[in-house]
Unconditional design. Structure first.
Length: 614
């Protein structure tokens, strides 16, 4: 049976499209990469077009189209929440209603019109349009691509229709929902409330809060546990909604919350104080406590060896690392596009396995995500055509010349933009659209943050390490291909520094803690990505060349973008980013560009102003 299934997520945040062909994931990408609007929520016309183009099919060739949640059930939650809190929630209700009445309430009609326009066909010519529930999409995205025949599934996010936390059991091609926690009680929204309070942007700044946590002390853990939530031994919880404003207002936290923590939220872009660091450390500790209790409960209830994770909270790689080490599972697998974008993929897989009852044949070791390299790619000819058009100066080299040269450039302290193969699906750059550097360089973290990424100096970078060498450098068994696990640096690679005990807050950045200081956090841990020859042979070969001259099989890997922008998609995006930062070299497939060789352009920093509040 030949079937093309198109999955769509849209209208809330991180719109995306995914295409499944006969059960195989052919393509998946986020709309933001094409529109250059971070977390773009619009109908993913460009992402859909890209998926179809990669598969060389038309919309008319698609057999089923599926949306990743059920808007009428979500509308029911909005109404019921208003009635529960009336008249307190009137302001937010009035703000939400025009959007719902215009677009979301009649979403099926809206989707069919958008799709027909995209395909240049009449709505009656479209294939059937189906809907899954939000957490079912998350659960499907976590289990179906995993390498496991059977697994427990934990989904944690802000909110879908009603569910905020859901527990599932997956076996072969079936998913069984077991129990859930419903809105307004939400671990994702609790974490987002603290994101808001510490002055970062909700739905995009949560990873900043996680990155800030190691610089603080857990001073507010008891304050959070004693006041904001009732946490049970099994990990279930209820929030005291009198402290929060998200159910009824237009902000995340309320007056009572601010009084509890000694003042109003930090203003965006103002100096980050020790208070914000301590709050970040505290909510991270509480989050880990909840997640670990839930995972242990799931292990006890289901008695399975494998755990799958999805939902925005599954991007908390510190908690993930602790689950793997402490909760008794032999293996965990996390969907790399764990947030709403991954819902498009999960919805499509749900139709294939549940609706069409098609089997899964996992091998127990390899997932079906293809390294998450599921976006568009560009040939050397396409790249050279663009560069010639803009007057760029470049050299084309084959890999036997290019990769050893890049290894030397990295060893000399240069920062390199790396554009290779298909674009990644999900929020992490995994060696398709990356900025790479030398992790041994003591100045590299600060230099790359301030001169390349234009972001906060405390933000950590990830090590990309050859998979076969990972246990030589980090305390981790097995793989971490999607940069979603934090693990300690091996003790023999650490540096004990007496100065460290006398440093507080961001001053801790001044202290080297290992042989790879640029990717070692202040607690001697790192967010590890393993590089696999099977999924990214060129990056693996580059790491091998770097190892030959440095004896270090580790590279810095951070996303190819600047603050406030999505990861680059096209050669044009990459060249533009390269030219307006202090990156030293750019590699576009087999084409090498040096910054010093490029024509001088008038520096335009106006783009930064647009993102000052991000």
């Amino acid at each position: 049976m030949s079937k093309n299934i198109l999955g769509i997520s849209a209208y809330y945040h991180d719109s995306a499209a995914a295409l499944i062909q006969n059960g195989v994931i052919t393509a998946a990408c986020q709309e933001e990469r094409f529109t250059r609007k971070k977390h773009d929520a619009a109908f993913p016309v460009h992402a859909i077009s890209s998926c179809l183009e990669q598969a060389e099919i038309r919309l008319q060739d698609v057999d089923h189209i599926v949306f990743y949640d059920k808007p009428l059930v979500k509308f029911e939650r909005l109404l019921e929440t208003y009635l529960t809190y009336a008249p307190k929630g009137l302001r937010s209700f009035i703000a939400a209603m025009p959007i719902w009445l215009k677009d979301k309430l009649f979403l099926k009609t809206t989707l069919r019109k958008e799709l027909a326009a995209l395909g240049g066909i009449k709505t009656k010519e479209l294939p059937p349009l189906l809907f899954t529930t939000h957490h079912e999409s998350h659960a499907a995205s976590a289990f179906f691509p995993s390498p496991f025949v059977e697994a427990a599934i934990l989904c944690l996010d802000g909110v879908g229709e009603w569910a905020t936390t859901s527990i599932w059991h997956g076996k072969e091609n079936s998913l069984k929902p077991l129990w859930e926690i419903n809105f307004p009680h939400s671990l994702g929204l609790l974490y987002s409330a603290f994101t808001y309070y510490t002055g970062f942007k909700v739905n995009s700044g949560e990873y900043k809060l996680m990155g800030l946590a190691p610089y603080g002390e857990p001073k507010y853990v008891d304050t959070i546990l004693d006041n904001l939530l009732d946490l049970k031994e099994d990990g279930t919880y209820r929030l005291d909604m009198s402290y929060f404003n998200y159910a009824t207002g237009l902000t995340m936290t309320g007056k009572k919350f601010h009084e509890l923590f000694g003042g109003p939220p930090r203003k965006p872009e103002s100096e980050v104080s020790q208070k914000e660091m301590d709050i970040a450390r505290s909510i991270q500790a509480v989050t880990e406590k909840i997640v670990l209790r839930l995972a242990k409960t799931i292990k006890q209830e289901q008695q399975v060896d494998n755990l799958c994770l999805a939902g925005g909270v599954a991007l908390n790689c510190v908690a993930n690392g602790r689950i793997l080490r402490e909760c008794g599972f032999d293996n965990i697998w996390i969907q790399p596009a764990a947030g709403d974008a991954g819902g498009a993929l999960g919805a499509a897989l749900t139709i294939w396995h549940n609706y069409l009852d098609q089997p899964r044949i996992p091998d127990g070791t390899t997932d079906s995500m293809q390294g998450a390299y599921l976006g568009p790619s560009f040939s050397n000819e396409e790249i050279k055509s663009y560069l010639e058009n803009v007057g760029a100066v470049f050299t084309q080299m084959d890999d036997s010349q290019l990769l050893p040269k890049l290894a030397e450039l990295l060893d000399q302290g240069n920062v390199v933009g790396w554009f290779n193969g298909r674009m990644e699906f999900g929020p992490r750059a995994l060696g398709g659209r990356s900025i790479i550097g030398d992790p041994r360089n003591t100045e590299m973290q600060t230099q790359m943050n301030l001169k390349i990424k234009y972001r906060e100096s405390f933000r950590p970078f990830a090590p990309a390490v050859k998979a076969e060498k990972v246990s030589d450098w980090f305390e981790i068994e097995g793989e971490s291909p999607y940069m979603l696990l934090v693990a300690p640096v091996q003790p023999d690679k650490r540096i004990d520094n007496e100065m460290d005990t006398n440093l507080f807050g961001l001053d801790k950045l001044k202290c080297s803690r290992s042989e790879i200081p640029a990717v070692t956090h202040v607690d001697y841990s790192a967010r590890v990505q393993t590089i696999h020859r099977e999924t990214n042979p060129r990056l693996h070969d580059l790491a091998s060349e770097f190892e030959k001259i440095t004896r270090c099989p580790v590279l810095i890997n951070t996303s190819f973008n600047v603050r406030g922008e999505p990861i680059v998609c096209t050669p044009e995006d990459a060249y533009r980013c390269f030219m307006r930062t202090e990156m030293d070299y750019l590699v576009l497939e087999n084409v090498l560009l040096a910054k010093t060789d490029q024509p001088k352009i008038e520096r335009d920093d106006s783009w930064q102003k647009e993102f000052e509040l991000d």
